[in-house]
Design a protein around this ligand. Structure first.
Ligand code: PEP
Ligand code: MG
Length: 315
């Protein structure tokens, strides 16, 4: 009986014909975990650790970090939890990391780049993540934000290894990383597409400016083709590629991402029901066919129209 209009996710993402797609939650701090559990997320695809320490003047110590990370890991026993190292920068400042006088903060010392100046912050964080992971049963992966070169992914993976972390990935959110994803993926275990920043940098359009929303849109052909590049690299290397940007929360676009070969989708918990519902209404082959048409479209509106026509014709 179809009485409820609220779509609930049953905890296992799959297409109509049964192809598995992991549906994960984006989590901002230990306090936001409850929402992810209530929404039956299969795990966490993006734990944004910078949100744990937003109002702090001093860098958090190891013990404090271990406590915060354990709370999230403990909430998902035996499940995947991908924790991202600090993504601070002048546009998303942490008092103990960021320089405030950068002229172009989005293009400045942010994400993994902060480790150039403050390597000890990254090492302390990796040590805390390793300790927290050792104390819990969650299947912990660690990834770095704002990677632009293969040298960076190699250096990051090496440091994770030194701390005993064995599942290492990077975010693909710069065009540079998207274009070289094949090389980058050779150096790590997995990648996660950050479509918010990938759209911003591909379109040269500030993601915080509403006026630029038309450009800053993951349905833009340029962004879709970047994503296709990365998915192809994942297929070619046999490494999992997920999406953790807002694109994953748009049900139609989620199906297109699956059609491109993405293996997991991570989103704000409230989006899980809608994405699961759309995916369960289409086959994997439909997703692949729709993805081919959508990526070939020459505008964002034509891309979206193609997706609607092929995947949700009633809408
Ligand atoms: C992204 O850039 O898409 C992403 C998931 O990271 P954030 O939104 O935290 O920059
Ligand atoms: Mg980002």
């Amino acid at each position: 009986q179809e009485s409820s209009r609220v779509t609930m996710f049953d905890g296992t993402g799959r297409t109509k014909d049964g192809q598995r797609v992991q549906l994960l939650a984006n989590v901002a701090s230990p306090d936001s975990v409850a929402e992810a559990i209530k929404a039956k997320a299969e795990g966490v695809g993006l734990f944004r650790t910078e949100f744990c320490f937003l109002d702090q003047e001093e860098a958090p110590g190891i013990e404090e970090q271990v406590r915060a990370y354990r709370r999230v890991f403990a909430a998902f026993p035996g499940r995947k939890v991908i924790i991202r190292t600090l993504d601070a920068g002048a546009d998303k400042p942490l008092a103990f990391v960021s320089e405030v006088n950068e002229v172009n903060p989005a293009l400045g010392i942010r994400g993994y780049r902060t480790a150039w100046r403050r390597p000890e912050l990254l090492d302390t964080q990796l040590q805390a993540i390793a300790m927290a992971a050792a104390a819990e049963t969650a299947d912990v992966g660690v990834m770095a934000p704002m990677i632009a070169t293969v040298e960076e992914s190699i250096a990051f993976a090496a440091r994770c290894f030194e701390h005993g972390l064995r599942s290492v990935g990077v975010m693909i959110e710069t065009p540079a990383a998207a274009i070289t994803a094949g090389d980058i993926l050779q150096t790590v275990d997995f990648a996660s597409l950050g479509t918010n920043d990938l759209a911003q940098y591909t379109m040269a359009a500030d993601r915080l400016m509403g006026e630029l929303a038309l450009l800053n849109d993951p349905w833009q052909p340029a962004v879709l083709r970047m994503i296709r590049e990365v998915s192809r690299a994942g297929i070619a290397t046999g490494k999992p590629v997920g999406v953790c940007g807002e694109a994953a929360a748009d049900p139609l676009l989620a199906a297109i991402l699956v059609g491109l070969g993405v293996t997991s989708l991570s989103m704000s918990p409230r989006a899980l029901g809608g994405v699961a519902k759309l995916l369960s209404s289409v086959t994997a082959q439909q997703c692949r066919d729709a993805a081919a048409s959508v990526v070939a479209a020459s505008s964002s509106s034509m891309a979206r129209a193609a997706a609607v026509a092929l995947l949700a014709p009633g809408q």
